[in-house]
Design a binder for this molecule. Structure first.
Ligand code: SF4
Length: 347
């Protein structure tokens, strides 16, 4: 076992996270798999509530496999990267039909499932099946690039190849579940992106970035670009019963598979054309304050426009009883409408 792995394992005994909702003894592989998918691109603190809620709605893999995609997306709504939820659902169906409902314990079978890459497969196999498998998620990349002072950026394939080599090198042949949890915990709680807590770090003695005091240089960052901005109008069509028109978005692309409002460019002429296209009798009632929604690559300014749309029923929903998954900004618009209605009824 490498010194790095030994130091990490002893630190884990006292400082590792052992009470996360997906951790149990013995491990529940459905919970481990679900948590690993949710943790892709998302931090533990955000995932905990979504995980607990998801498990209430789909307590077993069989129930997940037999659910409608809309129900699954509704439980995922707000967590982002919705292809994860659709792939999770597809994988559950495959696992139920081909593996008797048990998440497979072989690397080749796991990696063939939708939404499971090399690192996620490694995490599932080590955390749930205690196999010796390396992982290389964002936290591990940061720890290893600092510990060994590996120069490069995440988009650089040579850099990633070297990190995979190091990840394999350090992965022990025993205590695999603990080691995997330990290295993830170190990245999340000690070797943080901005201010690593090196004095408390169990591997600081041999960490090259710590010795050279240049932790912030690893991994290399891309030159900061200013994020472009876009403005859209979100059209909130109300029919005679006060129900709101929603459309299912295509599976590919932003908010894939969720139900959303009709959008168009935020200018009066485009809005006027769009609303008549949906309903010739539609007319603008008012607009709500613009707000900003940030994505990794751009910022979106959203102006909700409230529209009277008499005579239509199809795909109009009572938003108070909605069981469909909607994107976070649409949820925000619904709560703006809610507070607007309660202010009006108090007047
Ligand atoms: S010593 Fe500092 S930079 Fe090195 S692994 Fe530990 S926290 Fe990260």
């Amino acid at each position: 076992m490498t010194g790095f792995a030994k130091d990490l394992l002893s630190w884990f005994e006292e400082h590792g996270r052992k009470k996360l909702p997906w951790q149990s003894s013995p491990p529940d592989v459905y919970h481990v798999w679900l948590s690993e998918i949710m943790l892709q691109q998302t931090q533990v603190d955000t995932v905990v509530d979504y995980f607990n809620n998801f498990i209430i709605n789909f307590p077993t893999l069989t129930e997940l496999a037999n659910a409608d995609e809309d129900e699954v997306l509704a439980s995922w709504a707000g967590l982002g990267y919705y292809s994860r939820a659709r792939n999770l659902h597809k994988s559950a169906k495959i696992i139920l039909s081909e593996y008797q409902g048990i998440v497979p314990n072989s690397y080749s079978e796991l990696i063939a499932l939708p939404g499971i890459g090399e690192s996620t497969a490694g995490a599932i196999l080590s955390l749930a099946y205690n196999q010796s498998r390396p992982i290389l998620d964002g936290n591990v990349k940061r720890v290893l690039s600092r510990y060994h002072r590996v120069v490069g950026h995440y988009s650089d394939s040579k850099f990633l190849k070297e990190l995979w080599r190091l990840a394999k090198y350090h992965t022990p042949f025993e205590q695999n579940a603990k080691y995997t949890q330990a290295i993830m915990d170190l990245g999340a709680t000690i070797c943080m992106p901005r201010k690593p807590h090196c004095p408390e770090c169990p591997v600081s003695r041999n960490c090259k970035a710590n010795l050279y005091n240049d932790q912030a240089s690893f991994p290399q960052k891309n030159a900061k670009k200013t994020r472009p901005e876009r403005s859209l109008a979100f059209l909130v069509y109300h029919n005679d019963k006060g129900e709101v028109y929603l459309v299912k978005r295509p599976d590919k692309g932003l908010w894939g598979g969720l139900w959303s409002l009709v959008e168009c460019e935020d200018d009066e002429a485009t809005i006027a054309t769009a609303i008549k296209k949906h309903n010739l009798k539609a007319s603008v009632i008012s607009s709500l304050p613009r707000f900003k929604h940030s994505f990794t690559h751009y910022r979106l300014w959203i102006r909700p426009i409230i529209i009277a749309s008499p005579g239509l029923k199809k795909d109009y929903y009572n938003i108070k009883k909605l069981v469909l998954g909607v994107p976070a900004p649409v949820k925000k618009i619904f709560s703006m409408l809610d507070s607007l209605n309660s202010t009006e009824s108090n007047e």
